[in-house]
Design a protein around this ligand. Structure first.
Ligand code: NAD
Ligand code: WQD
Length: 340
């Protein structure tokens, strides 16, 4: 039987590469569109080593409508698009808002336009827990009211969700699943793909592994005086491989259900503090972390974690990978990268 084709924008990136592996393992034919602005071409070789299949690759910028037209014309038999391509550094988006609006919004507009022109019916979009801001109730469900975004990055996710909703409303032949990721961490168990932050990491987990590897001197723990059980910020850290599987589940769901626009939280349902992450890393790897308590980071919400019951009920998906395993894969990946 002919494999079903999926276009994956941003497929060389952190979540996109793991999702490509999951898609190929599930029997999909993947075409990656990436301009490599935050990833490396070698990722394609690593994916091939893991799955035995090298995904098709188109090096293009999704903001370039002519290039997008050319690529979509050649892959108009795709059954769907998973749209990962975006810039994601919150602080950078505050300093360079136009760069973020242009890249993230124009990429999405072009993707939707091409999907309509070439009659590709299904889009899975990478949204974020950032759309909930500082929620009034925990855990957050998909019905928890969204808060105004505190950064241009967050604003692009809220705008993107609205753009997709409006486009589906006007074009009922289009179907959309919006996945709101919580905090993705970890790497593939093969140690061949993982997160590759350029420069000083913004996110906790790559900072932790870089301190453990001796690349950075110490971890600054941002704030210990929050109104949480141990005073540290709480997040819902989800293994990137679990996250990847959710995309396959979303596509399978779209094949057999009359989806218009559906929204799913992707988290574990468990909130962990920064200190619990530090301890979990130390326990899983046996490596002591050098850390210090620092001032709160502006813009951090004290606590957020997901209720992912809806994804379980409708997509048959839930996060399964134990935290210890996630810590080990994150560390293995860091050790492999340090050797590169
Ligand atoms: P990433 O930076 O590792 O991957 C994004 C990929 O998109 C990169 O390979 C980059 O080169 C590519 N890209 C960016 N702009 C492009 C463009 N204009 N044209 C073509 N390619 C382009 O990021 P990630 O962590 O894998 O995130 C994937 C998606 O998930 C993003 O939309 C991000 O906003 C969203 N998200 C990420 C997180 C997280 O913490 N990692 C959390 C919530 C949502
Ligand atoms: C996690 C916790 C920090 C670094 C961000 C985006 C969000 C989403 C995921 C894309 C917080 C603490 C961190 C450090 C620390 N991305 N921390 N020392 O802020 O929850 O979410 O990434 O959509 O939109 O905002 O993730 O990993 O930066 O921080 O103490 O050096 O770790 O204060 O409590 P965050 P993070």
């Amino acid at each position: 039987m002919k494999k079903q084709k999926i276009i994956v924008t941003g497929g060389c990136g952190y979540i996109g590469s793991h999702t490509t592996v999951a898609l190929q393992n599930a029997g999909f034919d993947v075409v990656i569109l990436d301009n490599l602005m935050n990833s490396q071409i070698d990722t394609l070789d690593r994916i091939a080593e893991i799955t035995g299949i090298r995904p098709s690759f188109e090096r293009i910028d999704c903001t370039d409508v002519n290039a997008m037209h050319d690529v979509f014309a050649r892959h108009s038999d795709a059954m769907g698009v998973i749209h990962f391509a975006a810039l994601k550094a919150v602080g950078e988006s505050v300093a360079h808002p136009l760069k973020y609006y242009k890249n993230n919004i124009l990429s999405l507009l072009n993707t939707l336009e091409m999907m309509l022109e070439f009659k590709i019916p299904n889009i899975v979009f990478s949204s974020s827990a950032t759309v909930y801001g500082e929620p009034d109730q925990l855990p957050v469900t998909e019905d928890t009211p969204l808060k105004p975004a505190t950064s241009p990055y967050g604003q692009t996710k809220i705008m993107a969700e609205n753009i997709i909703r409006d486009t589906v409303k006007a074009n009922p032949e289009l179907h959309a699943v919006l996945l709101r990721y919580f905090n993705p961490i970890g790497a593939h168990p093969s140690g061949k793909i993982g997160e590759l932050p350029i420069g000083v990491p913004n996110n906790l987990m790559p900072y932790v592994t870089q301190v453990a590897a001796g690349i950075r001197e110490q971890l600054n723990v941002f704030g210990n005086d929050y109104n949480t059980p141990d005073g540290f910020c709480i997040r819902d850290y989800i293994d990137v491989n679990d996250l990847a599987d959710a995309h396959v589940a979303a596509l399978e769901h779209m094949k057999t259900n009359d989806v218009k626009v559906e929204v799913y939280n992707l988290g574990t349902g468990r909130g962990l503090s920064v200190m619990e992450i530090i301890k979990a890393f130390e326990d899983a790897t046996g490596v002591k972390l050098n850390y210090t308590i620092a001032a709160r980071r502006p813009g951090d919400v004290p606590a957020i974690w997901a209720c992912s019951d809806l994804a379980n009920e409708k997509l048959g998906w839930r996060a399964k990978i134990p935290l210890t395993e996630t810590m080990r894969t994150a560390w293995q990946w860091q050790k492999n990268v340090s050797k590169l």
